[in-house]
Write a protein that binds this ligand. Structure first.
Ligand SMILES: Cc1ncc(COP(=O)(O)O)c(C=O)c1O
Length: 417
């Protein structure tokens, strides 16, 4: 008779050491990044590894422009500024996302308007139109955990209401719908290259756009002086600001660019490997009472930044998720995670009282008491997520996680006692 580790039994056999680390770094990666040390460690113009990475991103996404930045947050900030979001404008954003999807709006004195999400965590297209006012300028979409949002419907809404459609692809490099990649649906998109992201440079970010003016404005916002002077044509109305730009310098570090460049060539391989393991995990975890998995629709490529499970206490005698999660961790399955920072935004002080950090911020007409977004709040509180491994040899580890989930589910009554 087995006993749960939380109740004093033997943990289910889980391999020692960290179970997931990202990005994968091998000797080729090491050599490429080390070689960059001898080439250039500061690149003020569009040359060297920065130009190589931007060209490779343009090729990968099939877009006219890619501009690297020091972070995804900076890419989002530059994107909003470049599409001319200004003081008092409203931008519809998902109620549940990582805050940086929307936080740069406060710096522009614009107002993030939170929109309910669906059970898959993505913005619910059916809830967007009710939020549109004469001040609404843009719609920002996150592809949460790498699952593409409903872009056909969202693009139609943006079109019908003359809104700028923007994407935060930070979880979803290489994800797509019917052959079209996430990040290419709107006027511009922003991506993070931060540590665990599907495409990682350790730190960094980038903006994509097919629009020349947006490109120049991102440069003006994030890359003052050399890049602005050499890339913005004299005929552009902002060309004379080239030396100072907007006053911000948000360049990527060349070592981060070298790492991201190396990783970009491996991205599709990672995604294919993840898809295999996600299929295995999904199929087996779906059979575990107490856990639901959301199927991926036909034609959708998921980046599997995270595989989310929806906890169903009703199937386990009302066992609280905290106790279920504790029991998973006690078995040694340390990658079962409950997200902390990627949470409903209205629970964060910045979104409740932005005026304390941004005096005079025009948010006062939007208040979001607890319960404002029942689906986002419920889904967030009932989500347990896993990273998705990509190598064939990781299947054994994935299998251990399945066995842990099944063991805790089977023994749930003992946790209730
Ligand atoms: C959805 C989303 N947007 C934006 C960001 C910000 O990216 P960065 O950490 O590179 O600034 C993150 C980072 O975790 C994110 O998850």
């Amino acid at each position: 008779m087995t006993t749960l580790a939380l109740l004093g039994g033997q943990p289910e056999a889980i391999a020692t050491g960290p179970h997931f680390s990202w990005p994968p770094i091998d000797d080729v990666t090491r050599a490429r990044v080390a070689a960059q040390l001898d080439t250039a460690v500061s690149i003020p113009g569009r040359s060297g590894i920065v130009a190589e990475l931007e060209d490779a991103l343009k090729g990968y996404f099939g877009v006219r422009h890619a501009i690297t930045t020091c972070s995804g947050t900076a890419a989002l900030h530059a994107t909003y500024a470049a599409v001319r979001i200004k003081a008092g404008d409203e931008v519809i954003v998902p109620a549940w996302t990582f805050h940086a999807t929307a936080s740069p709006l406060f710096h522009l004195r614009a107002v993030p308007v939170l929109c309910e999400t669906g059970p898959d965590g993505n913005i619910d297209p059916a809830r967007v139109e009710e939020l549109i006012t004469p001040r609404t300028r843009a719609l920002m979409v996150t592809h949460l955990w790498g699952r593409p949002a409903g872009m056909a419907q969202l693009a139609a809404i943006a079109d019908a209401h003359d809104l700028v459609l923007l994407e935060d692809g930070s979880h979803a490099h290489g994800a797509g719908i019917d052959g079209k990649k996430v990040g290419t649906f709107g006027l511009a998109s922003a991506f993070s290259l931060n540590g665990p992201k599907p495409l990682s440079g350790g730190e960094g970010g980038f903006v994509l756009s097919n629009d020349d003016d947006t490109y120049y404005r991102v440069l003006m916002f994030a890359h003052y002086n050399k890049r602005c002077r050499s890339e913005i044509p004299d005929s552009h109305p902002l060309a004379r600001y080239a030396v100072t730009g907007s006053g911000l310098k948000l360049r990527i570090h060349p070592l981060a660019a070298a790492l991201a460049f190396d990783q970009l060539h491996r991205l599709d391989g990672y995604l294919a490997g993840r898809a295999e393991i996600a299929r295995y995990l999904t199929e087996h975890l779906a059979q575990v009472p107490g856990l639901d998995v959301t199927p991926v629709p036909e034609g959708v490529i998921h980046s599997w930044y995270g595989l989310t499970l929806t906890y169903r206490p009703d199937e386990l005698g009302g066992l609280p998720i905290e106790r279920f999660h504790q029991a998973l961790l006690a078995e040694g399955a340390s990658e079962f995670d409950r997200s902390g920072s990627t949470r409903p935004l209205h629970e964060l002080p910045l979104y409740r009282h932005p005026d304390r950090l941004f005096p005079g911020h025009p948010q006062h007409h939007r208040q979001y008491p607890p319960g404002s977004f029942p689906v986002a709040e419920h889904t967030y509180r009932h989500t347990i997520k896993l990273p998705v491994w990509h190598r064939e040899q990781d299947l054994a580890l994935a299998d251990q996680y399945v066995r842990v989930a099944a063991k805790v589910s089977d023994h749930h009554k003992e946790l209730l006692a």
